[in-house]
Each structure stands twice: as structure tokens, then as C-alpha cells.
Design a protein around this ligand. Structure first.
Ligand SMILES: [Zn+2]
Length: 250
């Protein structure tokens, strides 16, 4: 079993890395899951691919300080942002190398990516871009400087599917952390505080709680827990003891 049980003494800088297109995507889709992992003793991190310069409200600088505040609330060990263009993320070799360099430096065992279908092109493009960067990061002859670290490929990739109309294959029970997760989202005050600019595009703060909790409740009901976050994994689940499989059938 040694090959599949994570080892806490590895050279990883973070154990679980969530990669997303935009600052606040992680808070919306898998912030509770990062809190659960941190409470289990794993080091968590966030890689935002863009800096939010195309947003209707707030500057990239505003969003940087908000992202720092949200990271503290989510108790992540590490957060950084790349400089891919907000609203125009492309799956290019240059971008794959940028992400691969981060993966080699942080050496996560688990990577969370956005689901590969959705409304926003940045989200679904990030799924493929992120997957291919994970693959590339493990290639010994990749064109990256040695200071980026040795080749590294994450063991597990999960796709956060909350933005997508797809049935999850896996949910994480976030019941104990849902209030903290809400606070991390509300840290993006330029996006969510009640204000006039872009009021047709943005959800008033009063609705955010209801929206987040109802989505989490729906996902929780799928698995018989109170609140959960949804994921899709491409691989099958493995078990031995049929008496221990979670989630009741009837
Ligand atoms: Zn987004």
C-alpha cells in the first residue's frame, strides 16, 4: 500500500493545490475542501492563473489584497497568481510551461482543476491547460530551467464541478467549514459588496449566503451529509471491504 498512501514526509511544498482561472473561483468551488484538508494536517495551496484585470469591479490590485485575505481565511500555506490574460486563457506551450514550473516547485500530490465543460471559456480551457501542464511537469526533458525543480507529476487530479451542470462522482463533506468558506468568498469585497457599478451582473451580498448554502446542501444530500462540494474524477473508485463503502443506496 505504500505506493498509494500519501507520505507526509515527502518533499512537497503543498500537498493539495487548487488551480483556477480567476481569483475567487477556488472560494466558490472548493474552498471548503481546502479547509477540510488543512484540518486533516495537509498543506494546501492555490494557483490563480489570472490576476482579474478584466473584471467589471475593482482593479487587479484590489483583487490581489482580497485574494490574500481569502487565503488567510482558508488557511492555505501558499497562494500565487500567474499573469495569463483574464478573459483570454489559451492552452499554449508557454502557458503549460508556466504552470509546470509552479508544479515542480510546489510538488503537490493532489491537484484540483476546474471541470472541463462550462459557460466561461477561461474555466473549461483551464481544465485542459492544467491537465496538460500536470503531464508536462513530469517529463524529464521539458524545457524548464533546473531551478524550477525536478520533474514532478501529481498523483491525483480532481475536477471541481460546482460551476457545471454535471453529476459529481465524488463529494467532500464540508459541513464543519461552510461558514468559514462563506467568509472567504465575502473577502472579495469589490466583487460582492452591495454597490451600483455592474449591479446587473453581480449577486448582492444578501443572496450569496443563500446561493452557496443551497448548492452545498444539494451536493450534501447526494451523499447523506449536510453540506458538500462536488468533484468529478475520471478514475474508478477502488475498494476491498464492501461493508465500508460510504453513501447509502436506499
Ligand atoms: Zn472564474
Amino acid at each position: 500500500m505504500a505506493s498509494i498512501i500519501a507520505d507526509r514526509s515527502t518533499s512537497s511544498v503543498v500537498d493539495v493545490l487548487a488551480i483556477a482561472a480567476h481569483r475567487d473561483d477556488v472560494e466558490q468551488t472548493c474552498g471548503g475542501t481546502l479547509l477540510v484538508q488543512q484540518s486533516l494536517g495537509w498543506r494546501t495551496g492555490i494557483l490563480d492563473l489570472t490576476r482579474g484585470e478584466a473584471g467589471t469591479r475593482g482593479s487587479a490590485e484590489d483583487r490581489a489584497s482580497e485574494a490574500d485575505a481569502a487565503a488567510r481565511i482558508l488557511r492555505v500555506s501558499h497562494r500565487e497568481a500567474l499573469d495569463l490574460p483574464d478573459g483570454n486563457i489559451q492552452n499554449t506551450l508557454e502557458n503549460r510551461l508556466k504552470i509546470a514550473a509552479v508544479l515542480r516547485r510546489l510538488r503537490p500530490r493532489v491537484v484540483i482543476l476546474p471541470y472541463w465543460q462550462g459557460r466561461h471559456p477561461d474555466h473549461y480551457t483551464s481544465a485542459t491547460l492544467g491537465y496538460e501542464a500536470c503531464f508536462a511537469a513530469g517529463l524529464s526533458k521539458l524545457n524548464l530551467p533546473a531551478r524550477c525543480g525536478a520533474p514532478h507529476r501529481p498523483y491525483k487530479i480532481l475536477y471541481a464541478s460546482l460551476y457545471s451542470d454535471v453529476r459529481p462522482t465524488l463529494v467532500v463533506d464540508i459541513t464543519e467549514h461552510i461558514e468559514t468558506r462563506l467568509q472567504s468568498l465575502l473577502a472579495y469585497r469589490s466583487q460582492y459588496s452591495d454597490q451600483n457599478s455592474g449591479s446587473g451582473l453581480f449577486v448582492p451580498e444578501a443572496d450569496i449566503r443563500e446561493r452557496m448554502f443551497s448548492t452545498a446542501r444539494h451536493c450534501g444530500l447526494l451523499a447523506g451529509v449536510r453540506y458538500a462540494e462536488p468533484f468529478v474524477q475520471r478514475e474508478v473508485s477502488l475498494t476491498q471491504d464492501l461493508m465500508q463503502i460510504p453513501v447509502q443506496t436506499i
